[in-house]
Design a protein around this ligand. Structure first.
Ligand code: SAH
Length: 362
């Protein structure tokens, strides 16, 4: 059975044969984070030689703009002497390194920041320790374990890596997508239809055949951030690809920068799904918390001054490095590249100024 499959594929096929089909979210969790065979547990997937690249890996300017935004929030919120600068899913640690480097221009700010990384993969923790060797960083396993105090939280392409459940609308309810077996191949299938309480409100705006996704881990993580920010001050900035209101199948597998079948070689491809920013805003919504509008990444970076920064860096470059730099600026901001596909949203204590780059809900 399952002769040509990956080691994780064989384990999952045996489990399904014994216990029946598994939910898509359990499947994603195993593929990404199984300690022995999971995608993030076994590799550093970033960069040209890897499977995908991310904004902080494209240019230092991305982290510099995030740093600028957080610095202004710190000034606006009365320069707390100590705050937790936390990042969820920090990858290679590049974004945190660029943020901390930008903080060094204001020594009191750098001194006040206590950087804490929330990372599940031991391989990537080791990589982060290398990148951040010159900084004093700590690691925690989850947002609940973060130290107390004001929270300045960043998450770039973290929520898209959290497992999702998928449902297909039926005449009277929903069928859930499950991973089962067809011969010795893993294959998606559907449960019998039934009501799903968490999707009751979606019966009004969907029709038979539509796919809706839920990310069960998102609301508790987001709500915990808002709770801390409401109690002690701070800000949360989430950057990811996705949109407002989940509709349609957004599960994607990437291997070697090319799309692949998510069920073909479990553990060897990155699996992601678009982030539903409406779900983030709903999880944040609470008395004492202001949630910003969702804005596209390009204009967000433009408002923070990325073009002026790009010009000043360009003045020191020539030849191929200059061409790469110009291409990186375009890639981060242009609407046909990451500028529109990626979105940004934030929350901060009600009554404090909105973080620069973001816009209020109109
Ligand atoms: N933010 C980085 C990396 C994005 S990739 C960048 O922009 O380059 C997703 C990251 O989230 C990886 O570091 C992965 O190991 C981590 N991750 C995925 N699921 C996680 C979880 N449940 N808890 C903590 N980290 C997780």
């Amino acid at each position: 059975m399952a002769g040509a499959m990956t080691p994780l594929g064989q384990i999952l096929a045996r489990r399904i044969a014994a216990q029946g089909p598994m939910s898509l979210s359990d499947y994603m969790a195993e593929c990404l984070l199984d300690p022995r065979h999971g995608y993030y547990s076994t590799r550093d997937p970033f960069g040209a030689a890897g499977d995908f690249t991310t904004a902080p890996e494209i240019s230092q300017m991305f982290g510099e703009m995030i740093g600028l935004c957080l610095a202004q929030v710190w000034l606006d919120q009365g320069r707390p002497e100590r705050f937790v600068l936390a990042e969820l899913g920090p990858g290679r640690g590049t974004l945190m390194a660029d943020v901390l480097r930008s903080f060094r221009k204001l020594p009191a700010l750098h001194h006040a920041a206590r950087p804490v990384l929330v990372e599940a993969s031991a391989t990537l923790k080791a990589r982060q320790a290398q990148t951040l060797a010159s900084e004093q960083v700590e690691w925690r396993d989850s947002i609940e374990d973060l130290p107390g105090g004001p929270l300045y939280l960043i998450a770039n392409e973290f929520f898209d890596a959290l497992p999702i459940r998928q449902f297909q609308r039926d005449a009277s309810g929903w069928r859930e997508v499950q991973v089962g077996l067809a011969g010795d191949r893993l294959t998606p299938g559907l449960t019998a239809p039934g009501p799903i309480a968490a999707l009751a409100h979606r019966l009004a705006d969907t029709k038979t055949g539509n796919i809706v996704e839920l990310c069960p881990a998102l609301p508790p993580v987001a709500a915990e951030a808002a709770r801390r920010i409401r109690a002690k001050g701070g800000v949360a900035l989430v950057i990811d690809y996705g949109d407002w209101h989940s509709l349609g199948d957004t599960l994607q597998a990437l291997s070697g920068h090319a799309p692949t079948d998510p069920f073909l070689a479990p553990g060897t491809a990155d699996l992601t799904a678009h982030v539903d920013f409406e779900a983030l805003a709903q999880a944040w919504a609470a008395p004492g918390i202001a949630v910003t509008a969702m804005v596209p990444q390009g204009p967000f970076l433009e408002r923070l001054g990325i073009t002026a920064r790009a010009k000043s860096l360009a003045a020191r470059l020539a030849g191929a490095p200059l061409e790469n730099h110009v291409a990186a600026h375009r890639r981060l901001t242009h609407p046909e590249e990451m500028g529109n596909l990626f979105k940004v949203i934030g929350c901060h204590p009600a009554g404090t100024p909105i973080p620069p780059g973001l816009l209020p809900v109109t």
